[in-house]
Write a protein that binds this ligand. Structure first.
Ligand code: SAM
Length: 207
């Protein structure tokens, strides 16, 4: 099936299933392969709008005392049982606001950040890797020991260095390309499990 037909098929499937976007299937595929939701009950989702990952998180979080926080620079339509914060991921108030809501360190931090694409690959990739680094920096401050982190990352010159950095903090790190993602796009997901607990965020200079 061609790129547009496949995208359209996922869009139609998402509409019929009541998901806010086809991105839901990327997270469902990640869960099927890597079981990231096992034992997760405090979950933070960066760059959540329009909210289809939040819908999947609600389905996958099996415990009744789930605490879910979704953050985006844009408005997210309310979703019952989910805390929403409209802020940029580099807003210095964000970390304390999240911790106030979840009360204890998170078990799982997700990030599906993407900048407004300009079509200029170098610019788009630079902006996106900055978002992935920013998400990692926050994840390192929010996660409990053994917690998991998943982030979108566009393949770029900095991709390998970023993975090397993530490997310093998590004992399991794999890249994953969901079938529901454009096969020819540079979009990948980094699955990092079992945070080692060393609070050693990326220095601001590296961002
Ligand atoms: C691919 S969409 C996320 C889709 C989402 N996972 C879902 O399932 O509905 C990328 C999101 O990144 C958000 N974003 C981009 N830059 C951001 C920033 N600096 N802070 C917070 N969100 C940002 C955009 O507003 C957009 O909603």
């Amino acid at each position: 099936m061609g790129k547009w037909k496949r995208t359209e098929a996922y869009r139609k499937r998402a509409r019929e299933a009541g998901y806010r976007s086809r991105a839901a299937y990327k997270l469902l595929e990640i869960e099927e392969q890597f079981s990231i939701f096992k034992h997760a009950k405090r979950i933070v989702d960066f760059c959540s709008a329009p909210g289809s990952w939040l819908q999947v998180i609600k389905e996958c979080c099996k415990t009744p005392d789930c605490s879910i926080v979704g953050i985006d620079i844009n408005y997210i339509k309310p979703l019952s049982g989910v805390h929403l914060i409209q802020r940029s991921i580099d807003d210095p108030r964000l970390k304390s606001q999240i911790l106030e809501l979840i009360q204890k360190p998170a078990n799982l931090v997700l990030s599906d950040c993407s900048p407004k694409l300009t079509g200029k690959k170098t610019i788009d990739r630079e902006r996106q890797i900055w978002q992935a680094k920013m998400s990692l920096q926050l994840a390192l401050q929010l996660l409990e020991k053994n917690g998991h982190f998943v982030t979108k990352v566009f393949q770029s010159g900095e991709f390998r260095d970023f993975i090397t950095h993530v490997k310093q903090h998590f004992s399991f790190v794999k890249t994953f390309k969901p079938k529901s993602s454009f096969q020819r796009s540079s979009e990948m997901y980094l699955i990092a499990k079992h945070f080692q607990g060393k609070q050693n965020p990326i220095s601001q200079d590296a961002l």
